[in-house]
Every structure is written in C-alpha cells, then in structure tokens.
Ligand binder design. Structure first.
Ligand SMILES: [Zn+2]
Length: 528
C-alpha cells in the first residue's frame, strides 16, 4: 500500500528555535525532497511573512520532477467573506496547486482563543474549503488539536471534519498539535473518524496524520495512525519543529517501508535517506545528532570488542537492518574497550594494512586513552597512529617546540603571539605569528613554516575546535581534551590532543590534522 509523504520542514520545521531558512535554502531543500520522491512539499505560510511569499514566486520556475507545492494558511476570519479575507487572498496569490487549510476542532480554542461561536467555526471551515475547491485546488484540511478536541467534545470535533469533507476537502489531516497523545489513543480516534464519516449521507476523504513530539512519540503515533487507516503522513526532515519537534520523516519512512512493508519512496530513493538527512541539517546549520535512528553516524557503530568480534562473523548479529538500505554504513569504533578485531576492521575500512601491528596499535591506543585521548571521536588521529606504526613511515614534518605569549595590555586588549620550530626533511624552520587567540597564533605559525614546502595546506581548513574537560572535579587543574575537525573540499577528518596544558593538547591535534592530508597525498602520488 502506498503512503503519501507530506513534508512541512519549510513551514512547521522553521518554527524550531534557532532555525531560519533563506528563500534560497528553501528552494534547495525543495529540490532535494523532490528528488527523494516526497509528493507534497509545504512551502510556508504566504500571509505571514514576505520571505514565504517570495518562495512561492520563485518555486513556480523550478522544474520539479514530481512534487506538488502546498501553501499553508488558516480558514477565513470569523464574520468575513472568503473573497475579501486577507488570509485567503494570500493563499490564492501563492498560486500553488495544493492549499492546506488549518481549522479548529477543539471547542476550547473556538470559544476562548478565536472567541467565536461553534456554528461560525463550522461555517468558516466549510466556506474556506469550498472556496478553494471552486478554484480547482487540491485541498488538504488540517484539523488542529484534533485528538484533544475529540477528547473534550467528540461530537463537535467530528462535526468540524464533516464540514470540511462535505465542502469537498481531498484530505482530512488529524493533528496532534500539542504532541501529548499516546499511540493507542491515536489509533482509536482514527478508527472512530473512519466509521463516523463512512455512515450514509456523509463523505470520507483520504485521512492524514500530523503529530508533534512532546511525548517523544511522534513517529510511533504516526505509525499507529497509518496502521489505523491514514494514507498521508505529515512531518519534517530530522524532526525539526517547535518545542520538542515535529514527527521525523526520516525514521518514519524507514519504519514504514522496511519494517511494515508500506511503499513511500523507491528503493534507490530510500538509499538517499542518510544523505537527505545530512543535507538538510547542513542547510539548517545544525549538527545532525550522531545517534539519530537509521541515519546518524553512530547508528551502526560498534564499539564493544565482543560485538565487533560477532559482526565480523555475521553482520546482522548486532544490527537491526542492513545499513546500506538507508545509505548508512557500519562502522567500527576504536577505543580502550576494543579488541584487536576493532583495530583490524577499522584499518580495513580505511583501506590500510596493519601487517601484524594490531597489538602495537591497540596498546598505543590504550596508553593514550588512559591519558585522556579518545579515539572514537578522532578517526583522523587513529589513522595517523596506524600510519606511524608502519615500518616505512616517513614523517611529512615534525613539530619540535613552541612558545606562546599572551599579553593583556593597558588598552584592555589581549595579544597572542606564537613562535614555533618545525623540521621538514633536513630543514629546521623557525617562524612567528600573531593570532586572535593562542591556538590561532600557533596554527598560523605552523602553517607559515609548512606552506613553502606544502602549498596544498592552504586548502586545509580548520572547521571546528572543541575543548572538553575530562576530570572536571579537579577544577582549573583538570585535563582538557581538544578535538579539531578539518576539511579539504568534501574530505573531512577529526583529530585529538589531550594534556594538562590546553595549548599542548591543541598542538597535538593540529599536528595530526595537518600531517594527515600530506600523507594521504603522498600515498596517492605513489599509487599513480
Ligand atoms: Zn504542526
């Protein structure tokens, strides 16, 4: 059976605190969702801000493969007529094939928030739906607070749906707007709606579900609704949304398709799930939770030595699905909990030969982790450790020593200067540089020494720098751990340092981050 996905990342998703998308961002996400096979994309609320209105203008020129764009807005105002209503006019001007109208199902909202009568609310729903049907639009009716409204007054909540259905709505979407429902309740209410609207003299359009995650049940509730008969599911990529978020389409798609046998997208589109999740996170400027189900970096990461030994024999022994179905991959994490198997498999994944050095590398990892390093988060440093253990390892450079001076002067400004000595082949280079802070000054001094020998380092960017305190109870004497993330084009690697001195920890992480791309380059040249 086919389930119709309805994405509202661009509207409900942007209500997440701290998330803001430009018009260009919204167009990029639209193209990605279209390629992913999402049939409905809600672009925004054209009456609410000029950016959304601009999106609806520009999206008309997009050559979309299959997706239909929806504009979202509320039913007409109380006592108004549709043709003159500002909400309705903005929706008309958006010129979308689909119009999604939100209306009230809960008597509390009608009487206390809208401050109108129950009858007028029914008229507002029916008039607004009929108006857009007369304009030949596909109309999705979102029944706001339906599950709470049904609990408070089931007869009235059902009457609002009957009004929308009678006026010709193509979909009735039951919304758990406050996100507090449980799956069993959702299932019972969907069944009640179905039997009510199936009675003679009434009309039953397709049903849809829109849930929020306030009880951490948005996906579970949507699955329950589908199993009870809903065919449209509304949600956002990565569950972005207000408060605790919207229903996350990513695990929903995977669960529906892999576990329950429903059809949402094509298998090759399903393989893009991990990519889409990461792509949208990158545009939203948010880090994707590494532990996100199905698509997180750690979703199929194995750390315990026993687990790793088992998956080396039978891959599914510790995995609920084959990760490649959703475009993710199995990963072996190397840490002090590892056995030799972890080290061997991780090195294999990197395409590196250990030549019997597993035990040496493992011992080195355990020593360093006892001093505060943590290799599971620093695969670049793990790779350096393997490379340095090779018999034919020749360092690209060596960092010999450094001095860092930090001065707070009378003008209240802080000055940082670093000097360093670096060896490249037989040369020892002495450089100095200023920086915004001590680590920045050190980074600049090291690069200044290396660039004449390795001009390709100008493309290596430091994209993230994090400090974590390991033994916080020791206060300012605690050991900091420094993690550096570096990038060159699409290539990314993370490296680590740990020392009681934060500058030394940074120096260690910088060393690995700069030597790694040089060794990779050298290997590529050797293979040519
Ligand atoms: Zn919502």
């Amino acid at each position: 059976m086919h389930i119709l996905l309805y994405d509202t990342t661009l509207r409900d998703g942007t209500q997440r605190e701290g998330l803001s998308l430009s018009c260009e961002d919204k167009l990029k996400i639209t193209r990605e969702l279209d390629t992913m096979g999402v049939p409905y994309i809600e672009g925004g609320w054209p009456g609410s801000n000029p950016k959304d209105a601009e999106f609806f203008r520009q999206v008309q020129d997009e050559p979309l493969k299959q997706a239909r764009i929806a504009a979202f807005g509320s039913t007409r105002h109380a006592g108004a007529c549709c043709a003159d209503d500002t909400n309705i006019r903005a929706l008309v001007e958006a010129q979308t094939p689909v119009v999604t109208l939100v209306g009230k199902s809960w008597t509390l909202h009608v009487e206390k928030v809208l401050e109108t009568t129950l009858d007028e609310n029914l008229a507002m729903i029916a008039d607004s739906v009929a108006y857009f049907k007369s304009l030949d639009k596909e109309v999705v009716y979102d029944a706001e607070h339906f599950f709470d409204g049904y609990r408070a007054n089931p007869a009235y909540a059902l009457a609002t749906l009957e009004a929308a259905a009678g006026a010709g709505a193509d979909f009735l979407v039951l919304c758990d707007t406050n996100g507090g429902s449980l799956p069993d309740w959702v299932s019972r209410v969907v069944q009640a709606v179905k039997s009510y609207l199936s009675m003679p003299g009434r009309r039953l359009p397709h049903l849809g579900i829109h849930t929020h995650n306030d009880g951490a049940l948005a996906v579970a509730n949507a699955l329950a609704a589908v199993q009870a008969g809903c065919v449209q599911v509304q949600g956002t990529i990565n569950g972005y949304g207000e408060r605790c978020g919207n229903m996350d389409l990513i695990p929903l798609i995977a669960n529906l398709q892999i576990k329950l046998g429903y059809q949402c997208v094509q298998p090759d589109q399903l393989r893009r799930l991990t990519e889409v999740s990461n792509y949208v996170a990158a545009i939203a400027n948010l880090n994707l939770d590494p532990h996100a189900a199905y698509v997180g970096r750690s979703a199929f990461a194995h750390k315990g030595g026993i687990h790793v030994a088992a998956i080396a024999k039978v891959e599914e022994s510790y995995q609920h699905i084959d990760p490649t179905i959703v475009g993710n991959q199995k990963r072996v994490v190397v840490s002090e909990l590892s056995g030799r198997g972890n080290v061997r498999m991780r090195a294999d994944e990197l395409g590196m030969q250990l030549n019997g050095k597993e035990q040496v590398v493992l011992q080195r990892i355990k020593d360093l982790e006892s001093r505060g390093f943590q290799f599971e988060a620093a695969e670049g440093s793990f790779e350096m450790l393997v490379r340095r253990s090779a018999a034919d390892y020749v360092p690209a450079f060596e960092l010999l020593d450094f001095t860092v001076i930090i001065e707070k002067r009378g003008d209240n400004r802080i000055y940082s200067q670093a000097t360093t000595r670096v060896r490249v082949c037989a040369d020892v280079i002495h450089t100095a540089a200023d920086g915004d802070g001590p680590v920045n000054a050190l980074d600049s001094a090291i690069r200044k020494a290396l660039l004449p020998y390795y001009p390709q380092l100008s493309e290596v960017k430091l994209v993230d720098y994090k400090v974590r305190i390991i033994d916080a109870h020791r206060g300012t004497a605690a050991t900091p751990r420094v993690l550096i993330e570096s990038a060159r084009g699409d290539e990314r690697w993370s490296t680590i340092g740990a020392s009681y001195n934060i500058i030394e920890a940074s120096w260690q992480a910088l060393w690995d981050s700069l030597e790694l791309p040089l060794l990779r380059d050298r290997e590529k040249v050797a293979q040519m």
